[in-house]
Ligand binder design. Structure first.
Ligand SMILES: NC(=O)c1ccc[n+]([C@@H]2O[C@H](COP(=O)([O-])OP(=O)(O)OC[C@H]3O[C@@H](n4cnc5c(N)ncnc54)[C@H](O)[C@@H]3O)[C@@H](O)[C@H]2O)c1
Length: 277
């Protein structure tokens, strides 16, 4: 028996990286998945690989009518909607604040934040009427701490976390759960800075970044997919309004190995007791 048997999910950005890993994991566990992505070539190839369990719809998640059509496609095809994973994204505007244009700002917010608002807006009526559903949005460690992403990427992801909590408070009475995931550094095209990165280029960032990671390796799409699976399944049926950090310990602080003074210290601990104690 699969953990998502009889469930229907939409995964935005489902053609690549974390979204593709989650599509594979959800199908393995019995779900039917609508892969929604701008990239038709990768999306159609993955849907073909998944057989009857998946379909592809080319979607720009920053456009309201396309997000509405995406929700309608899943419900028309399979009769229900149990999970929406708002996962599509990109790196957004880079560079100094003084050089960032208003167009850069608008595009970054459209793809990273408006898309999540639109997903919540259009999936929630279907799920509320059903009396069940799980909406998961992919935020980032960059939404929790400054300095883990570019300015506007960080602020959009921070807003995704807060929108998650706010909407969870509204939808709880309909048994619709709303949660966010905050990944750390995951080996995908986005992390290389090139949307069409080759497997070789992804391997280069795996190798380069491994030593900066507490657990000795970067994240893989499957690490995040496993959290999404838990949040989509009935195992998390009493969990809503939360952000789940999946980052190999990155947000906990500096790795021990980067703090050589600590590593050199030996017992006995030297300290001065106050007089009389
Ligand atoms: N890779 C990381 O280190 C990392 C860390 C934290 C958070 N994230 C988040 O995870 C999510 C997935 O990223 P990934 O690393 O798998 O990247 P990826 O580049 O492998 O996949 C992103 C997918 O989103 C699609 N997409 C982009 N804009 C779109 C739009 N307007 N409409 C529909 N689809 C669109 C792309 O075509 C692509 O298939 C993103 O939201 C990203 O911000 C990634």
């Amino acid at each position: 028996m699969g953990r998502l048997d009889d469930k229907v999910a939409i995964i935005t950005g489902g053609a690549s990286g974390i979204g593709a890993g989650t599509t594979r994991r959800f199908v393995e566990e019995g779900a039917r998945v609508l892969i929604s992505d701008l990239d038709a070539e990768k999306g159609e190839a993955l849907a073909a690989e998944m057989g009857d369990a998946a379909a592809f719809l080319q979607t720009d998640v920053s456009q309201e009518e396309q997000v509405a059509a995406m929700v309608a496609e899943a419900t028309d095809r399979w009769g229900r909607l149990d999970c929406l994973f708002n996962n599509a994204g990109f790196g957004g505007a880079l560079g100094p604040i003084a050089k960032t244009t208003v167009d850069d700002f608008d595009l970054t917010m459209d793809v990273l934040l408006k898309s999540v608002f639109l997903g919540l807006k259009h999936a929630s009526p279907v799920m509320s009427a059903q009396g069940s559903g799980s909406i998961i949005s992919n935020a980032s460690v960059a939404g929790l701490r400054a300095g883990y992403g570019a300015h506007l990427y960080s602020v959009a992801k921070c807003a995704v976390i807060h929108l998650t909590k706010s909407v969870a408070l509204e939808l709880g009475e309909h048994n619709v759960r709303v949660n966010a995931i905050c990944p750390g550094f995951v080996a995908t095209p986005l992390a290389t800075g090139r949307p069409s990165a080759s497997e070789e280029q992804i391997q280069q960032i795996r190798d380069a970044e491994a030593t900066n990671q507490l657990l000795g390796r970067v994240g893989e799409p499957a690490d995040v997919a496993n959290m999404a699976l838990f949040l989509a399944s009935d195992e998390s049926q009493w969990i809503t309004g939360q952000e789940f950090v999946v980052d190999g310990g990155m947000a906990a602080g500096r790795p021990w190995s980067m703090w050589p003074e600590f590593a050199r210290m030996e017992r006995p601990i030297r300290h001065h007791r106050p007089p009389g104690r």
